[in-house]
Design a protein around this ligand. Sequence first.
Ligand SMILES: Nc1ncnc2c1ncn2[C@@H]1O[C@H](COP(=O)(O)OP(=O)(O)OP(=O)(O)O)[C@@H](O)[C@H]1O
Ligand SMILES: [Mg+2]
Length: 171
Amino acid sequence: MNILVTGTPGTGKTTLCQRLSEQLHLNYLHFGSYARNIPVLQDLWNEQIQCYDLDDEAENMIMDEMEPLMEQGRCIVEHHDARPFPERWFGLVIILRSSTEQLFDRLSSRHYSQEKVQENIQAEIFNICKEQAEESYSPSIILELQSNTLDDFNSNVDLIQQWLSSHQFQQ
Ligand SMILES: Nc1ncnc2c1ncn2[C@@H]1O[C@H](COP(=O)(O)OP(=O)(O)OP(=O)(O)O)[C@@H](O)[C@H]1O
Ligand SMILES: [Mg+2]
């Protein structure tokens, strides 16, 4: 089984993936980082918004690179968009949620432009990542978790481990 961790930028995907990958010995894959390593995709870098404008063809190239690892299982994948992947890849999909105040502080401290901060906060308010995940996966494998405080983080790690145990995931 593989795990997908999704959510608006700044909700804590990397933080959670790193902890779970250490604790459960999972292979952590960051979808966006793959783009950096594929030479033909460098033309898609958008300097203004500091991210790649990935079209379907580019996403498919990244997924071709990921496929062998996903076939092996025990991968935890971070991406803000749950839609590009084949449904069969994931046995658990985690959607992280954060308050407007938390996201504002976290994204502003990254020195993002005000425009980019506001765009992400709007996306969170309008449940964009959540709806994309719910469009793509069965509710029975989705966990939507609050990610505002350290207590949230610790209880999320515990809850995910319990979920995995009760779904026969070898820990
Ligand atoms: N549960 C939490 N409580 C408090 N702070 C948190 C929590 N989770 C993450 N953070 C902090 O929020 C910031 C953003 O976290 P992180 O980089 O993991 O987000 P992300 O979702 O991976 O963002 P991106 O989509 O841009 O990669 C970091 O400074 C991290 O330490
Ligand atoms: Mg991240």
